[in-house]
Design a protein. Sequence first.
Length: 691
Amino acid sequence: MSAPELPDHPDLATEQAYLDAARVALDEMAARAEATLEFGERAVREENTVEARIARAHLKDRTASLNLGDSTLCFGRIDEDPLLADGDTWYVGRRHIENADTEPVVVDWRVPVAIPFYRATSADPQGLALRRRFTCEGDQIVAIFDEHLDDPESIIGAGLPDPLLAEVERARSGEMRDIVATIAGEQDEIIRAPLAECLIVQGGPGTGKTAVGLHRAAFLLYEHREELSTDRVLVVGPNRMFLRYVGNVLPSLGETAVTQATVRSLLDVKYRVRGEDNLETHVLKGDVRMAEVLRAAALDKLKVPGEDERLPVGARSVSLSPNQIAQAQKSALARNLPLNSARAVFTQVLLREAKQQLVDRGVGELQVDETVAALRSGDPLKKLVGRCWPTFGATTLVQQTLGNKALLARVSSNLLTDDERALLHRKPTKKATDEQWTEADLALLDEAQALSAGTTTQYGHVVVDEAQDLSAMALRVVGRRARKGSLTILGDIAQATAPSAQSSWQNVVAALGIDTEQTTVRTTELTVGYRVPGPLLDFANQLLPTTAPDITPSTSVRHGGPGPDLRTVEAGEVVAATVAAATELAGEFQTTGVIVPSPMVDAVLEGLRNEGTDPVDTRKSETLGAALSVVDAAVVKGLEFDVVVVVEPAAFVDLYPEELTGLRLLYVALTRAVQRLTIVHSAPLPNPLRI
C-alpha cells in the first residue's frame, strides 16, 4: 500500500537539518563513550578490582545504549505555549542526545517533559502551542504533521493522516515493532503508572495492550534504573512463538535487563517434562485447591510423639512433652516461613524450652549455656527434630502426594472428590530421575519448592501477557516472583480459551496471591482499537454478548476498509478454496496468516505446498518471517498479519467440549488481520455471526 504524493511541509528542510545534527551529536556521544570504556578496560587489565569490573560493566551498557543503528532518532517535537509555560521547544525521541556542551538535542520519550507529546489534546493542550509529528524512514523525514493546539481549528500539515494511523496500517514484517513514536494518551497513562502496584490491563484485540506492557517495562527500567538493573524485569508470554514475535521490542528500546519466558520455560530448566496429562488431570492440577493439598501433605509430615522425649546431655537430661513439641511446631508455623526455615525456628523453640527447664532446676548460668550448646550439637536433639520436622524437598513432596493413595486421601478429604484423587494418583517411580513430569506438574513442583525453601528468584517487576489463560497454579508461580507484588497483568477475558482459563480479573488477583493491604491493585481498560479495521472488529464483536457479556467491546479508530470476505463452498472444497484464497492474498500483501482448526492443519499445508508455496508451519517454527504462515488456531493469540484467512469457523467450536471456549478462540482468530479478512467455510457460521 503506497502513500500518496504529498506536498513538502515548509519546515521540512529545517527539521531534516536538525535530525542530521542530532545524528552527528549521537555519534560524538558514542565516540566519547568508547574512549571512556577503553579507560575502564585498561583499569581492569591493570587493577582487576571488583570496583573496576563494575565500572567497566556500566560503561559497556552505556556504550551499547548509544548504538541505535538506523533506527529513527526523533519522531517529533513539542513547542510550549509561552502564555502557559516557559515557551521551550523539545524534540522527543528514542534516546537522550546531547551536544558537546551537554545541552539536550533530543529528549528521551520517557522523561516527564515528553508526556504532553503523547497526552495533549485540543481540549487539554497541557501547556503546548504546537505538537509536530515526523514520519521517517530511518533519519529521513518523509512527512510532517502539525497540530496547533493553541488554535485547534487551524490544524494543518502535509496532508498526511495522523501518523499513528499511518503506522498501524503499515505492512507487518513477522515480528512486533515498538510503538514509541505513536503511543496514544490512554496507553501512555498505563505505561507511566507507578512501579509499586499490581496493574491489570483489560484490552480487546488491537488495543495495543502487549505493546503497552512492553513499553511499560522499558519506562520502569528507565525510571527505576538503579533498582531494576539489579532486580530485573520478567516478561511472561503464552508460548515461545509469541515471545519470538515480541522479542525485539525491548532491545530496540535499549533495554536488556529483562528476562522473557513462558511459565514452562521458567521451570523446565530444573524439572524435565517427559509426560503428558489427559485434559481433566491437566485442568485439576491447575486448580488452586492443589496448593492447599500440597501444604496439607507437607504438614502431614510433622509428627508429635505420643510420650515425653528425654534428651540426655552429659550427666544431665531434659524432657520435652508432646504438648511442648506441638506448641513449638505451632510457634514455628506462625512465622509463615518456608518449612525448612521454620524447622530452624522449631529447633530454637525446643532449645528455649530445654533452657527454661535447666533454669527452673537452679542450674547456674554458665552450666546452662554449656548444656544448651551441647544439646544443640548433639545427636539426641537432631534425631528428635528429624522425626518431628523432616527436611522437605519439592520433588519428594509432589511425588509422595501424587503417588501415595493413603496420603492423598488423608490430606484432601475436604478438598477433592474420589474421582479427582483417582485422576491425580500415579504409581511412583523407583528413582526420582525417572519421574515422568508433565507440564501441569511444573506449577505443583514450584509450589512445593516455595513451601519447602521459598522462592529463590524474584524480579523487581513482572509483566504477564494473555494472563487470562493461565491456570490458578500458574498464576501463583508468577505472583511469587514479583517482589512486593509489582506486576502488570495484560489480557482480555473475552479471549480466555485455555482449559484452565480465568473467568474474571478478580479470580486472577486472588490466584496471584497479592497482599492487597500492602500492594495497590488497580484495573484499567483499553477500549480503542488501533490494529483491526472497524468493519472487521464490528463483525467479530458480534460474538461478545455470548462470550464475554461483561466486557466493553473495543471500537476501532480505523473506520474504513472492507468487511470480511465470506466464501461459502461445498464440504469437499474447503481446502482447495483456502489454498486459492491464501495464494491470491499472499501475492498482494506482505504477510498472510491462514488460521486453521487443529485437525485441518496438515491438509491445508499439503495443499499450499502442492501449489508451489513454502508456508511456515507454526507448529514447528517459532518465527513468522515468511510471507505465508499456516497457524494452528491454538497459538494465534497475540499475533497479527496483514491479511488473514480463517478456515471453517464452525470447526473452532467443535474443538472444545464447551461451545463458549470455541467461540472465544474464533473471536481471537477473527481479530488478527490488519488489512483484510477472508473466511472460507462449508458449514454454517456460528449463530452470533449469521448476518
